[in-house]
Design a protein around this ligand. Sequence first.
Ligand code: SDX
Length: 433
Amino acid sequence: MSNTAQLILDGKTYELPVIEGTEHERAIDISKLRSLTGGVTTIDPGYKNTGATKSAITFLDGEKGILRYRGYSIGYSIEELAERSTFLEVAYLLIYGELPNEEQFSSWKSEITMHTMVHEEIKNILDGFPSNAHPMGVLSSLVSALTAFYPKSLDPNRSIKQVDLSIARIIAKMPTIAAWAFKNEIGHPVNYPDNTLDYCENFIKMMFATPAETYSVDPVVSDALNKLLILHADHEQNCSTSTVRIVGSSQASLYSSISAGISALWGPLHGGANQAVIEMLEGIKSSGGDTKKYLDKAKDKNDPFRLMGFGHRVYKNFDPRATIIKKAADGVLAKLGVNDPVLDIARGLEEAALKDEYFVSRKLYPNVDFYSGIIYRAMGIPTEMFTVMFTLGRLPGWIAQWKEMRENNEPIGRPRQVYTGHNSRPYMELGER
Ligand code: SDX
């Protein structure tokens, strides 16, 4: 295959290099296009055909439904994944590039354990939010507020030691902040971390324990959370990760970049879809299980409704995460003794859609958000916290991608445009308008 591409423009032929990745993906390098052609650029709304970077972190093959973190496939059955790894181990792998050895893993875990508490004044900020504040807005605000408590984190060039400390702090404190956002919403007192527990157990206890009762974490719930966080940990250049990268490219701090990523993930077309899926399934249930009505709405171009949890920019066959989560849903609900009618509605909707020409022709399959909410709900997580759960999972991926962008000294992100506004025109006095 050729390692150059030819572009013919205005009778001139331009040679452009073609680069190939380790998984044989190829890209035409247009980084010199503007200077070669005297100002001509490309345009690609939504960057559907445009690579923003080279990355060694996560590989997706949309046709084969492959997802690998630093070369390790997460396409295992859900049981293997849980037995073989923990979320903190996957976080280390994504951020530092290799699975940790015993010594590295032990110091990684103790470093994180020692940073689970947040500054007491975070409570004052939290108290300023009304109880109806969406937890994603609280989370994005409090993560940005961490820059006030850790001013040394503001300079991403300060030192590797400082960056590693900032990384450990945000991984350790995100569960605390997330659980506190939830407690603020339900008017309960916050719980402090319990460092005798592991990462997932600690979060669950902070979420559900109350001063009035003794609380013990259900291992089924912490085990399910461990799997779900692993499955959400990174996904190459998705919308929120690209946001984290472009904010970080201006040399804004890690916490500012993560805060921006949380806001991008919040959208219903992205991470907010897991909340929208449950709301859609509840809507189908309350309308007597009329799946066809919702499928017809999704196909109607005049109706803005989309089948939430369906479709993906990259996966055009199946989302391996959705397959694993769908399989896990049965087991988790059975172990928890939960019988949720929306699980059957979800299955029925998937079955009907996958027989429908509209969805098949557009290669629209369930994505990671289609079944995850059903498990979260069975675990006792309220709907408005679903995208917060996605945030907890995606945090190490955002950090890894931000760190890679900084270490590669990537230039500030500043796309071009094609101007379609007025040409030059003279100012008109008020009386003449
Ligand atoms: C995530 O990028 C990632 O990796 C994201 C993510 C991650 O881990 O970071 O995987 C997480 O965000 C998963 C996606 C969650 N969002 C949803 O479930 C919302 C519903 N899905 C869609 O809005 C949509 O499928 C997207 C946003 C996911 C993808 O949109 P694209 O790639 O821009 O596709 P498109 O909008 O160009 O759609 C192509 C066609 C269009 O029809 P035509 O104009 O060709 O006739 O498919 C249709 C769309 O109208 N279509 C849908 C649909 N998704 C696409 N029609 C109905 N229901 C849908 N869900």
